[in-house]
Write a protein that binds this ligand. Sequence first.
Ligand code: ADP
Ligand code: MG
Ligand code: ZN
Length: 623
Amino acid sequence: MGNIHLINIYYLNHRGFIAELDSVEAELELVELQISDLLDKQSKLTSQKNTLLRQLEDACSGVGPSSSKSAGPAISKQELKQYDDFPWSKELERHLKNTFHLSTFRPLQLRAINLTMAGRDLFVVMPTGRGKSLCFQLPALCSEGFTLVITPLVSLMEDQIMYLKSLDIPAVMLNASSSKEHAKLVMAGMSDPKAPFKLVYVTPEKIAKSKLLMSRLEKAYKAKLLSRIAVDEVHCCSQWGHDFRPDYKLLGILKRQFPSVPLFGLTATATSSVLKDCEKILCVQQPITITASFNRTNLYYEVRIKDSDNEALMSDITSLIKGKYKNQSGIVYVFSQKDAEMVSSELKKRDISAHPYHANMDPEDKSQVHRRWTSNKIQVVVATVAFGMGIDKPDVRFVIHHTISKSIENYYQESGRAGRDDHPADCIVYFGFADIFRISTMVVMENVGHKKLLQMVAYCQNVDRCRRSLMAVHFDEVWDDEGCNQMCDTCRYASMDITCHAKQVVQIIEQAGSMDEKVTPLKLVETWMGRGPAKLRKMIQTTNLPRLQAEAVIVSLLLQEYLREDYSFTPYTTYFYVKLGRKAPLLKKETHSVSMNMKTAGDGPSVVSSSYSPQAANSAGSK
Ligand code: ADP
Ligand code: MG
Ligand code: ZN
């Protein structure tokens, strides 16, 4: 009697917990919905704020009316008109066409140029590759004397000097490896009223350490030959930025010694707190900051489920490159050097002109691949992330990720190499189950590496929010919400009930647990599909789902916390096991249901839609 009573109490307690858990769950879901609404609202307000700030700036600076948008299509002729009646406008136009051989300005370039020509201190925040350098190179040609440019890396300096030389623009550099004679020549030229060069590039170390340079600058300043100071990659000043360089911290001396010379900071990565810090360090008071939107409206974002069968995957990629992207230039990003070799040889086998690119190649081979791709002799570069700096091909029509990036920020940078000419271009990620764990074990040592990776996974797994809105969260201060205009794939998804699948998966892990076995993600899929060890197979229900859907369900259960990850370290490698997550007990309840979104049929040539019908899966459910 007593026993039964006790059991009843346990049972009631247990039921009490479950009921409470359920109501907390429900409340959480509500909160998540509210968060999502608030995020949308935040992005709208931020863009409204930016517009107002811009109008205010213009009102204060007296330099031309504001364009209503900070980015988007190139500035129209009409808009250009509003900007072109300054004393320097004719000369700018002439140099743009005849010296730089460019036809129009990109968004915000002309505004930035007019502001610095008007003598304002200015910070420009623009995504990489948008053309920040022109904003000081062109003014340098239209001003007396020379422009001093601070650049953190000698390689960046060399690239720019080479480019300027090819345009017959006199430019020189000073760095640790400059010869004595060269340095002497440069120093003498600085105070020459004939201004033998229009741009002088120096490293911050030179400013910090060379008294001779400072005294020459002093002389040039007095002779009114120092026309402007450009600090490239200005975020390097701030310890809060991701690329702090101690010598940048000493650059405040420039504004203190040369207060009347306009200072011009440029960066692709500053948040407003980093910029505030840079202002302080550089001793500029109330500079005007102009920010180009990081929203690349011409890029189409899509995620495809990656087939674990390499043959099927390669033929999917091939049909894209030979179909939609026929004769068009692109990049395929891969995880490792081995993958670069493998994927490029697979593509070659299929008659695609593809070449690998990775850090372990001979420098000469690397630059040859880069050159031949730039001149369209190679269609596709199959590259690791080593292919990054200095890529500046305007007509890249597709960036395909054979493996997901390790964070959304990385993905934004890598995919952003597409469509720099502002024409439409596609960014496609192949989202593979096993890749998550490959990257996971790689970033496990990085502080926030795992969290960032999960954000990338959530971006891929996401099926109900616009892909742009997911990116926007990471760039909230520099993202203008201009709408997506169907330039991402998520609007076409439908929700499906996966409760019965979830129960089966949880059962497998429970069974394995009772046998004291740990389950890797791959073993979990195999077992669930009926390919596991016989003793387990007898005790569980196997699934009829095709492998890709089975994998997608498991990832979704991980993200929804019905499952969780469990790392195990050995001296040689890191293992990833799957365990039951926080929400797993909820599945014991009859009324609890789980759903996930999936592509529906008719979404175009996606791997999922060809073999998957949501109706069939729904009717198999046991709601
Ligand atoms: P950022 O410093 O913003 O990363 P860069 O100044 O290096 O970008 O410029 C990237 C590329 O864009 C360069 O090849 C440059 O010639 C090109 N570019 C700049 N302005 C224009 C323009 N108005 N029209 C066409 N191409 C441009
Ligand atoms: Mg730059
Ligand atoms: Zn969208």
